[in-house]
Design a protein around this ligand. Structure first.
Ligand code: ADP
Ligand code: MG
Length: 334
């Protein structure tokens, strides 16, 4: 758990004071991903770097697991926190294996332990450990370098990870791929993660919680669903965009919707002959809606993992959930 109490940062630049972070109070629970988001210059990086004490706090306190960070040795503190930045920060003169083992080596792991951890991390990242062992960072693609950056931050298994726009410089397809990989890894790892982003879709996809900042102030803190269904003010509404009903759909699955409209239960009759479109129970509702929009009948057959039919999904179900008329959904979905 990370607790921010009245956290403030004032920079001084040529005698001028800049309040980069202004009286931030929030708690990030253990094992959760909290995405920090907001316009450029709103203080996200500053807030992150106060956690590992690369930036000194002007006022207030930060506690990790109940211990105030200023009471800890800063070097030890940094070793217990994984840090990933946009430009991956890999050492260009070190091989991939050496890069990944930087922290384990500093804390004195033996060679065997480092070797097996290297293998394990490469497998986790979907990279062949033999193939990359002796390569240098510049021999890898941007996406691969970011994977190594994430692996390196996780090497000594720190309970806390700070990630500053780690996928921000990648093209959208690769970015989405790495986001999904990261979520898969996080399912087992259960790290406490502070993740900086400027992309609301990324925040919605990754965050257990989202913290939205403006000019150093924490404007709203909550789950993606809280924020999308109940934006606190005009700034938040503007920031998340007019298509928030649609964005909210990406948080829910077909199964959630069928449950809500009490339509869950095996379909009777011969659905084998159903000729319309098909969606899975686990499909997110945003995707399901676009399937319905292109379906001539405005319906889709829902199947489970074994491809067994489970129900029929129709536009009226969406209306029940969102309160938005299907014709309106049609105009805002794309
Ligand atoms: P973000 O990561 O949200 O883009 P930053 O935390 O980098 O925002 O910056 C917040 C504010 O603090 C900005 O106005 C920025 O210009 C200022 N700032 C950041 N670092 C420094 C510094 N080292 N010295 C002076 N001002 C800084
Ligand atoms: Mg930044």
């Amino acid at each position: 758990m990370i607790t921010f109490k009245g956290v403030t940062k004032v920079y001084e630049r040529q005698g001028e004071k800049v309040k980069a972070v202004d009286n931030v109070n929030m708690t990030v629970e253990k094992g959760e991903i909290c995405v920090l988001i907001g316009p450029s210059g709103c203080g996200k990086t500053t807030l992150l770097r106060m956690v590992n004490r690369l930036v000194q706090i002007t006022d207030g306190t930060i506690e990790i697991g109940g211990t105030e960070i200023n009471s800890l040795d800063s070097i030890k503190l940094r070793r217990s926190i994984g840090y990933v930045i946009q430009q991956n920060g890999l050492f260009p003169n070190m091989t991939i294996e050496e890069n990944i083992n930087v922290v384990p080596k500093m804390i004195g792991w033996d060679a065997e332990k480092m070797k097996s951890r290297y293998k394990e991390l490469m497998e986790m990242m979907g990279l062949n450990h033999e193939e990359y062992r002796k390569r240098f960072p510049w021999e890898l693609s941007g996406g691969q370098q970011q994977r190594i950056g994430v692996a390196r931050a996780m090497a000594a298994d720190p309970p806390v990870m700070l990630m500053d726009e780690p996928f921000g410089a990648l093209d959208p397809v690769i970015r989405e791929h790495l986001q999904n990989e990261f979520l898969r890894i996080q399912k087992d790892m259960k790290k406490t993660v502070l993740f900086v982003s400027h992309d609301i879709d990324e925040a919605i996809r990754l965050g257990d919680k989202i913290a939205i900042f403006n000019r150093g102030h924490l404007m709203q803190f909550g789950t993606p669903d809280d924020i999308l269904s109940n934006p606190k003010n005009d700034f938040i509404r503007d920031f998340i965009g007019s298509d928030r009903e649609i964005k909210r759909l990406s948080l829910l699955t077909v199964k959630d919707l069928l449950k809500k409209v009490a339509k869950l239960g095996r379909v009777k009759g011969n659905t084998q002959e159903y000729s319309g479109d098909v969606v899975m129970l686990e499909t997110d509702l945003r995707t399901a809606l676009s399937v319905l929009l292109s379906s001539p009948t405005g319906e889709a057959l829902v199947v489970d993992q074994n491809n067994d039919p489970y129900g029929i999904l129709s536009f009226s179900d969406f209306q029940t959930l969102t309160g938005v008329h299907p014709s309106k959904l049609q105009t805002i979905v794309r």
